[in-house]
Design a protein around this ligand. Structure first.
Ligand code: OFO
Length: 172
């Protein structure tokens, strides 16, 4: 059974994951409108993943005798000055989510809720991977700068790039 405190903290994370899904959906739309299909498709996939993260939390809260709270969400940024800015925001957002997961892990230990602590380890690992991926992408975008040809190739290769960077993480 979840304590009220843990239930509230998990519900807050449900909201953050739902907001993450919206953040990436807005980025997907922006990239698509700008004609960069590869980046758009990457962002649509990220958005779907965040929804899965949210749903895992929903199921966990309900299974443990809590009541998952589906709340209103903060609106995401819908426009960006550049792709560089968009990917900077992506990394910032992942760092914010990682901090929030860390706080949650801390709370679960304080409350001696080892089931929740164990459940959260999946999120800890996921955040390491997502932050690494965001950094890899940003490094590439910084290299490209304002070069249109570079952006074209990056748009073509982004799916490939992220698969490779995710696969590299366990050895990092
Ligand atoms: Fe939910 O993993 Fe990123 O934010």
């Amino acid at each position: 059974m979840l304590s009220k405190n843990i239930e509230a903290a998990l519900n807050q994370q449900i909201r953050i994951e739902a907001e993450s899904s919206q953040v990436y959906l807005a980025m997907a739309v922006w990239a698509e409108v700008k004609g960069l299909e590869g980046i758009a498709s990457f962002m649509y996939d990220q958005s779907d993943e965040e929804r899965v993260h949210m749903l895992k939390l929903v199921k966990f809260v309900n299974e443990r005798g809590g009541h998952a709270h589906i709340s209103e969400l903060n609106a995401p940024n819908v426009t960006f000055n550049s792709f560089k800015e968009m990917f900077e925001k992506l990394l910032e957002h992942e760092i914010y989510v990682s901090n929030s997961i860390n706080e949650l892990v801390h709370t679960s230990l304080q409350e001696k809720d080892y089931a929740t602590h164990n459940f959260l380890q999946w999120y800890v690992a996921e955040q390491i991977e997502e932050e690494a991926m965001a950094r890899t992408i940003l490094d590439k975008v910084n290299m490209i700068g304002d070069d249109k040809g570079g952006l074209y190739l990056f748009d073509r290769d982004i799916q490939q790039l992220t698969v490779e960077s995710a696969a590299d993480v366990p050895d990092a």
